[in-house]
Write a protein that binds this ligand. Structure first.
Ligand code: G6P
Ligand code: MG
Length: 216
């Protein structure tokens, strides 16, 4: 039976996915090229360094490790400028209701994000206490689509993969959840999140009861 829900952060709990995109786009523009929203789907859920590599390859650039570290730091500075203005008003629609249903159902919760900024964002939106376990980018060595982040979440809750449901908005995140052996709810477009077990536009469109019924 399902005992725990594991949530991605960016694009699931809070709409920071747009801030990541804006900061990466600004960086690409400064390097002399552009990245589209469609291209950005490839970056969602992918670590900072992997994202930079994908962007540089897209722009046909090969840079030194030193220069790459500098660019990654620059992107993060711009990203933090955007994030620093966030409050609990930035929590996505439906999240609060869904989390109260999760608690009523007696389920455990974990955060599974590869973002090193995840703890800061949870503090800003006042949701640190909403999670029984928090796995962020500082606790893992491999980003999504590697299953490590969700495997660690289950481990910290002392649960088996078959007892967990993952909520993800990213292609790489859905893959990570599947590779971890979990039921995955994709939040977004069915055209993009093809590998998810269940797809909805957002948490607002779902109830806990409905999710548990689909897992069967
Ligand atoms: C999440 C986001 C990605 C981001 C990654 C690393 O997975 O979806 O867009 O690149 O976290 O975030 P960080 O805050 O550590 O740069
Ligand atoms: Mg995400």
């Amino acid at each position: 039976a399902i005992k725990a829900f594991l949530f991605d952060l960016d694009g699931v709990i809070v709409d920071t996915a747009i801030y990541h995109y804006q900061a990466w786009r600004r960086l690409a523009n400064e390097l002399g090229f552009d990245i589209s929203e469609e291209f950005n789907e490839r970056l969602k859920g992918v670590s900072r360094t992997d994202s930079l590599d994908i962007i540089l390859a897209h722009g046909g650039l090969i840079l030194s490790d030193e220069k790459k570290a500098e660019l990654a730091a620059q992107k993060n500075k711009w990203y933090l400028d955007l994030v620093s203005r966030m409050t609990s008003d930035d929590i996505l629609p439906g999240v609060a209701t869904f989390f109260s249903q999760v608690r009523k159902a007696g389920l455990e919760t974990a955060l599974g994000s590869v973002s090193k900024n995840a703890p800061l964002i949870l503090e800003r939106i006042g949701m640190t206490q909403a999670f029984d376990a928090i796995i962020d980018g500082t606790k893992i060595s491999k980003g999504k689509p590697d299953p490590e982040v969700f495997a660690k979440g289950a481990q910290e809750l002392d649960r088996q993969p078959a007892e967990c449901v993952v909520f993800e908005d990213a292609v790489a995140g859905v893959q990570a959840g599947k590779r971890a052996g979990m039921f995955v709810v994709g939040l977004g477009s069915p055209d993009v999140l093809t590998e998810a077990d269940l797809i909805a536009p957002s948490l607002e469109a779902l109830t806990v009861e409905e999710v548990l019924a689909k897992v069967g």
